[in-house]
Design a protein around this ligand. Structure first.
Ligand SMILES: *Cc1c(COP(=O)(O)O)cnc(C)c1O
Length: 396
């Protein structure tokens, strides 16, 4: 069933261990290769195509915008960008937005806001608390913030100004607060994505909010993966009834068109001034048209509630189907961020699934990560449960 790419990739830098398949088109939850084989996409390009592939509203918005205007530059007013900022600030409880083109760029903006605010407060070496096992991106700033030696190794010197703490450990943050006067912000994912869909204790974000308030630190959340309705709220922090000072997102925002955003409120929203930061492409009319179409679809088709409902259906389904397998250590999720953690290595399942026309991901060698689209039917969700469970039960 696998079609070997007919071109070698020898002119590409060897940055990816690619699977031997390519796709010619997609529709909804499915991708098709050039031979017409169909693949159930339970990964959506890593939480990017939340509306599925070739979503008519996104396609139409892009075609219309492409026929009129792609790009002008942030030297000029961009009404589509300002309108999108208004939509996103209303959805998030933030005041202002800065647009870039990726998750890493959104996070760089957050890091720069924290540092600039620190200097305004005459902290000479402002520090940002970041977490073990975090993933924030591949630029020098964001890979320094990332809590993985694999991402950092060989790229030293890393940046100064980061303090590391264990995730989901309030006491550790309190200890840093008692001993470090240079801290300006705490930066974390409300659910760890790359680390295997790790969901912190229910009171965790509220406790961090309290500590941040006591010390005038910014609470900055990386929702590059967890944002845009995937967890059953627009942002995952909305499950915890708190407001961060800064939140970043990217992946699902453009349904495949590159766009990232750093949203901020209060003092954090006014830190960056002309000359401090910028982006050539960030928030151009094409990317904003895509994101606007995504927001329209989420709203009109009620897809955020649907993500919560589908998530529960999938969790219940997996728990029932895998109840008898004692190699299954944990089945967890929030909306359509799902992890099935095994006691044993299951990295081989990715190729096995691909052979059967199913796209899944394994992270940390033992955790199956599913990030399916928000547009699944009940039957498609049940099919996903059946197919993934079958793979797990037959794992050798
Ligand atoms: C993917 C991801 C990033 C990096 O996004 P890019 O668009 O690849 O730069 C940052 N943070 C989290 C939580 C992510 O999942």
């Amino acid at each position: 069933m696998l079609n070997q790419p007919n071109q070698t990739s020898s002119h590409l830098m060897n940055t990816y261990a690619r699977l031997p398949v390519s796709f010619s088109h997609g529709e909804g939850a499915y991708l098709f290769d050039a031979d017409g084989n169909r693949y159930f996409d339970a990964l959506t390009g890593l939480a990017v195509c939340g509306l599925g592939h070739a979503h008519p509203r996104v396609t139409q918005a892009l075609a219309e915008q492409a026929g009129r205007l792609l790009h002008t530059s942030n030297l000029y007013e961009i009404p589509r960008q300002a309108e999108l900022a208004a939509r996103l600030t209303a959805l998030s409880g933030m005041d202002r937005a800065f647009f870039g083109n990726s998750g890493a760029e959104a996070n760089e903006a957050a890091i720069k806001i924290a540092r600039l605010l620190g200097h305004q407060r005459e902290i000479n070496v402002p520090a940002i608390i970041v977490m073990d096992d975090a993933f924030h991106g591949r630029t020098m700033g964001t890979l320094t913030a990332t809590g993985s030696r694999k991402v950092q190794a060989g790229f030293e010197p890393l940046l100064a100004g980061f303090v590391r703490a264990p995730y989901n450990d309030v006491a550790a943050i309190q200890t840093i607060a008692d001993n470090n006067t240079e801290v300006v912000a705490v930066f974390l994912e409300p659910i760890l994505g790359e680390a295997g869909i790790v969901i912190p204790d229910p009171g965790y974000l509220a406790a961090l909010r309290r500590i941040c308030d006591e010390h005038q630190w910014l609470l900055m959340l990386d929702e590059v993966q967890s944002g845009n309705g995937r967890t059953g709220r627009y942002f995952a922090y909305q499950h915890a009834d708190i407001l961060p000072d800064v939140v970043t997102t990217a992946k699902g925002l453009g349904n495949g068109v590159p766009i990232g955003v750093c949203l901020a409120r209060g003092i954090a929203a006014d830190v960056l001034q002309p000359g401090n930061h910028g982006s050539t492409f960030g928030g151009n009319p094409l990317a904003c048209a895509a994101a606007t179409a995504v927001l329209d679809s989420l709203e009109e088709d009620n897809l955020i509630d649907r993500a919560a409902e589908l998530g529960n259906r999938l969790l219940d389904g997996f728990r029932a189907a895998l109840a008898g397998d004692n190699r299954v250590a944990d089945i967890r999720g929030k909306g359509l961020m799902l992890g099935i953690e095994l006691e044993v290595s299951c990295a081989s399942l990715v190729a096995k699934a691909l052979d059967e026309g199913l796209l899944i991901n394994v992270t940390q060698d033992r955790i199956i990560r599913l990030l399916p689209p928000l547009i699944l039917s009940d039957a498609e969700a049940d099919d996903l449960v059946a197919r993934v469970s079958e793979l797990v039960l037959n794992l050798e």
